[in-house]
Design a protein around this ligand. Sequence first.
Ligand SMILES: C[S@@+](CC[C@H](N)C(=O)[O-])C[C@H]1O[C@@H](n2cnc3c(N)ncnc32)[C@H](O)[C@@H]1O
Length: 268
Amino acid sequence: MTSAGDRYHKRTTDEVTNFIKKLELQALETAEERLPLYLKVGVKDARLILDVGCGSGFVTRDIARLTKGRVIAVDGSAQLLQVAHTTMRTYPNTSICTADAQRLPFHDNTFDLVTCNLLLMWVDTPQAVVCEMARVVRPNGKVLASLEPDYGGKIHWPENPKVDVLFSGEAIRKKGGDPHIGRKLRTFFVNAGLDTTIGIGNNRIWSCEEDKQYYLHSRDFYIKVLQDAGLSQREIDAWEFEFLKSLDDGVQLNFFPQFYAIGIKPKS
Ligand SMILES: C[S@@+](CC[C@H](N)C(=O)[O-])C[C@H]1O[C@@H](n2cnc3c(N)ncnc32)[C@H](O)[C@@H]1O
């Protein structure tokens, strides 16, 4: 791994432990948005499912719990797949393999269902990945991309003009992600030849307690973003004080839309 971070998950060695914790917390917090989508695309009856960009496997585990079918989980990062092995070890209907989502090592028309969660935002060529997912799903099978955010739609109160701009996209872009992936999903799915439905999966606004827990888990990341953007320690301390106070007072609101796309492969 380079100091710039793993080529796939884009975190440095120092950041990776926290990143894995964040993925676990995120999987818990977003279960109520993702599980209805899995049911909607027929996870229960699917016999062969592929989860692309499974990371540490917390989300794949949710899929495995909902089906009697076989779930194959792939990711480019060998380091995260090691964690996924542990996460999924008690789920005999799962298998794991290393693969680049841009060149999936499977034959055309193999899977009943192909899923990805929070992946397209982080890949170099999202269109190529969606085309690969469409290639390996069988005719009439479904492709689901879930929790792809669009920080252009972020609503945050109380405001802090200097800091809000960083967390409404800039920080993600600096990390190598696309903060506006949500609005592009329809284009990627339609271009891949899929009959496409788009929606926003999150309609619940997190409580201040949930937001605070999430912040405390990711605090190092937030502080580093502010430092990298050139804020002084005094400015960072003042922002953090106000931010935590608004959470403790129960008045803070933070929302950004997380899109999903469901594509059905035509029978040709
Ligand atoms: C934000 S994580 C999401 C992990 C998991 N889907 C979840 O929701 O917990 C993004 C994942 O995509 C993987 N990834 C990024 N680019 C990839 C690529 N080209 N091929 C395979 N995996 C990739 C990363 O290694 C990382 O595990």
